[in-house]
Design a protein around this ligand. Structure first.
Ligand code: MSP
Length: 592
């Protein structure tokens, strides 16, 4: 959708809301004057609403994770966002969309400079080391990103300079003195209401420091009305809904201009307006979402960005950085004349003893030992299934093991394994009929189809916990169906007709298992891959590698399956985290 000659007050919300109602129509709104500057607003601006024309934006899916600070190696909290992002983008790939999954690292600012200094290293050298540990972890977790941006890259600096100049040209940058309380951990000035006791940051539990500086400011207040309308007219702009209310509250309280340069921080890009100052780390980092998708030398024009999937369908963020994404970022984009994202989704925190797990507090859970002991699918599954996406969640190792064993080993794994075992013994490892030929009223077929719709809706809404739950429901039901029909009895002492019927029981159960496994594949890619292979499919067979494969009818008569091997082994190894976790887990038994 393209909006011609929009007043900034109309740009965001009008296009978005028009787009939601009439998905393909061009929104040709009349050129108007900027109320505040008197200058005409003639920039051609595009907005994000989806179209379904095929050539447009509906067939693409662009998702970002935050760009992670490289003050230290990643922990499970940072991995959580990335796992969720990977699952969502895998789902949209199954849907055969043109997916762009951006992640990366935020390498400038005081916090990073301090970490480097503490190690006696140059900031760049420090960043290079930590970036490796992020990339390694993403590999261990089987994260398939399309672009990894480091904010110290030259191509990123070019985008930052370009946007700063465009924002300046709109009259949105001015110089002023600022005095306030600064949290280095958050890289943010805090208002009185945002601090505890004696100016302590509630997130980092450290005192904020008083700062007085001559800075450049971004005129966010000029976008007050547009941002308020954007939020009011687009219920899905900030998700979940509870977060949207929080953001609306902040905006209605009145937006204040924010400082976008630092006089006392040398580790950052010099401000093009005055090289004695560096660009504020948040203004710098948010623009990484644009530079990530642009090759070096290609400028951040609307056209160049749109060709590469812009704007984001979803910016996935933790709730602590929602203000930057839901308030500052739209203001920056409006000023720069760039299309706005569709949704900012804020998830909750992984906690330990009720406190946000974080590098600054030192209460982190290391992902590597978990992945090494249990495999990436177990880790991905546990956090996505067990933590309601959008809310906080705690980790206890015993509960983790119980959940993974109950669902992946005992439910899905066992379903596949026992049915294939019976198929080998009684049907020569061959499906006796096409799954499509089973009665349209077959109870498992009907129940599975209903669950597929629910799971698709859950993925579309970023409700990953519901998607995982729905896929597992199919496997639970299939197990119960097998138990109820007891095909082993018919195979042993039934008539020929009963034996044939027992073969169809296995066929139906394995078809349901196939569909459950496709639905779960964004979350447990390796396990789903093993199930596909066990059912006799190659990796790229559409029955297992596209969402169309969730339709009933993938298993074919005569299809041979290999010798059954467990697709998910029960966890029986030693615990890998502190034993204290065991006690807590005893209070939380699991029934799958
Ligand atoms: N650098 C900024 C983001 C800039 S985006 C343009 C930043 N980095 S961060 O490393 O501190 O955090 C990155 C993400 O990790 C945030 O979404 C944050 O919420 C998430 N998490 C960090 N600790 C977390 C938990 N304990 N639990 C869940 N997510 C957490 O902010």
């Amino acid at each position: 959708m393209v909006c011609y000659g929009l007043h900034p007050a109309l740009t965001a919300h009008s296009c978005l809301s028009a787009g939601r109602k009439a998905r393909f129509s061009l929104c040709k709104l009349r050129p108007a004057l900027r109320a505040d500057s008197g200058r005409s607003w003639t920039t051609k601006v595009a907005c994000c609403a989806a179209d379904e024309s095929g050539s447009g934006t509906s067939n693409k899916f662009f998702l970002t994770t935050p760009l992670y600070y490289v003050n230290a190696a990643p922990h499970m909290g940072s991995a959580y966002t990335t796992i969720a992002a990977d699952a969502l983008t895998r789902y949209h790939r199954l849907r055969q969309k043109r997916v762009t999954f951006v992640t990366g690292t935020d390498e400038h600012g005081e916090k990073i400079a301090e970490s480097a200094r503490a190690k006696g290293m140059e900031p760049q050298q420090h960043c290079n080391g930590i970036v490796k540990s992020f990339k390694n972890l993403w590999e261990q977790l089987d994260i398939r990103y399309d672009a990894f941006i480091r904010t110290t890259e030259d191509k990123h600096q070019a985008v930052v300079n370009d946007i700063l100049q465009r924002v300046d040209a709109q009259g949105d940058i001015y110089r002023a003195n600022y005095e306030g309380w600064y949290c280095v951990g958050c890289e943010q000035y805090k208002d009185d209401g945002e601090m505890e006791g004696d100016h302590v940051c509630p997130l980092h539990k450290k005192p904020c420091v008083q700062r007085k500086e001559d800075n450049f400011f971004f005129r966010l207040s000029r976008y007050q009305k547009q941002i308020e309308e954007l939020l009011e007219n687009n219920p899905s702009f900030v998700q979940p809904a509870s977060r949207r209310n929080e953001v609306l509250g902040w905006v209605r309280d009145g937006l204040r201009d924010f400082s976008i340069s630092r006089a006392a921080v040398s580790w950052g890009f010099p401000m093009p307006q005055d090289s004695a100052q560096t660009v504020y780390v948040w203004f710098d980092a948010l623009l990484g979402y644009a530079s990530a998708i642009l090759p070096p030398g290609v400028d951040a024009s609307v056209q160049n960005l749109q060709q590469r999937g812009w704007p984001a369908n979803v910016h996935l963020v933790g709730k602590d950085i929602l203000r930057f994404h839901a308030v500052y970022w739209p203001g920056m984009l409006m000023s720069a004349g760039l299309p706005l994202p569709e949704t900012i989704f804020a998830h909750g925190f992984l906690t330990k003893d009720g406190m946000k797990m974080g590098k600054s507090l030192g209460n982190i859970l290391e992902p590597e030992p978990l992945v090494a002991a249990y495999g990436h699918d177990a880790v991905r599954f546990f956090f996505l299934k067990e933590v309601i996406f959008g809310q906080d969640g705690d980790f206890q190792e015993e509960r983790f093991r119980n959940i993974v064993n109950a669902y992946l080993a005992n439910t899905l794994g066992n379903l596949v394994n026992r049915c294939l075992g019976l198929l080998k013994k009684n049907c020569n490892s061959t499906f006796p009929a096409d799954a499509a030929s089973l009665d349209a009223e077959h109870p498992l077929r009907i129940a599975t189809a209903a669950e597929v719709d629910k799971v698709a809706a859950a993925y579309e809404a970023c409700a990953l916990h519901e998607a995982a739950e729905g896929a597992m429901n199919v496997a639970v039901r299939a197990n119960k169906f097998v138990d109820d029909r007891a095909p082993w009895t018919s195979f042993k002492k039934g008539s020929e007709e009963e034996k044939a019927e027992a073969g169809l029981v296995l066929l139906a159960a394995l078809e349901a298992a196939r569909i459950a496994s496709v639905m779960l594949s964004p979350i447990t890619p390796a396990t789903s891959g093993r199930i596909a292979a066990q059912l006799g499919f190659s990796d790229d067979d559409p029955a297992c590698s596209t969402w169309a494969g969730t339709a009933w009818g993938g298993l074919q008569k005569g299809q041979q399956v290999p010798t059954p091997k467990p697709v998910f082994a029960r966890i029986e190894c030693d615990f890998v985290t502190a034993p204290a976790d065991k006690k807590a887990a005893k209070q939380a038994p699991v029934a799958a």
